[in-house]
Design a protein around this ligand. Sequence first.
Ligand SMILES: [Zn+2]
Ligand SMILES: [Zn+2]
Length: 341
Amino acid sequence: MKVAVVTGPGSVELRDEPRPRPGPDDVVVEVAACGLCTMERRLFSGTKRIYPVAPGHEAAGRVVEAGEAAAALDGSPQIGDLVTMDLLTRCGTCRMCRRGRSALCKQPQGGALSDGTISMGAGLSEAVRVAAAQTFAVGEIPVEHATMGEPLACVVHSVRLSGFRSGDRVAVIGAGYMGRLHQAVCRAWGAASVGFVDPSEARRAEAIDAGADRAVAPDELGGPNGWTGGHDVVFVTAGVPGTVEAALDLCDDGGSVVLYGAFPAEVTASVPVDRIHHHELSVIGVYSQEPSDWQTAAGLLRSGVLAPDLDRLVTARYGLADVAVAMDLASSSPVYRVLVG
Ligand SMILES: [Zn+2]
Ligand SMILES: [Zn+2]
């Protein structure tokens, strides 16, 4: 079978790999499609240089084989089920895993192909073997939506740690793919309003089309006529200098700022510490997802409640043979999700 391997900046090839066989606790999933996330874009563009590498961690497909132990368990995906899957491993042994914070696992994630090539999911392939525990059946939904299980689990994690409650007023800084998934989840869970801050006029217009209550440019924040305060939760999905300060300004008393998007390592923020104290504001970092977030994400997918939102976020889909075209598009222009498969 074929698997895509990034061999250097701008270079991706399809390699032959033996078809995987399941162990007793595994399933083999025939990959229907796999989304290209920031990691894939960084590897292809050369901002992250680990080569050769088999990326692809936003995959979905049907179970075609199940190990004996997995197949016998009620609740475990069965042959024929459409599943979204967690292709990155957690050790379960380190201190963070033992504390129930497996998003912060200290053990390097991923595995290797048969020739030793590093795998960071290897979901850009025809089939994968994965522990049954890391697969989540989603019912009969569009495959494109099922590939969004991983980013959706990250967003569920973010909303969960934010302390968000139904009726909250939400602001999202950054109207890209992750910002829009925050909008979808907060809406589904009863947000009173969702507003956006984004420099792109096109993205602001698309967020409004998708039901946002407001979308403004960064220079429209603050000032006598600007947008400020009045939010219970502010999600920062675009890690650029100044966004933490802007997010705190958008908070009402008791509000929380959630740092979701990655920041360049050198970025620091100067925050109004007395305001944080007197007004009980919180600044929370969130990263990745945990098994309970996957379970929730799969439930949201299965329910179909997010379907209209997710439809809007598929930019393009290419066959595995055209993985290079897909990688090129995803790393060279603003996209929501480009899918392969
Ligand atoms: Zn991802
Ligand atoms: Zn661990």
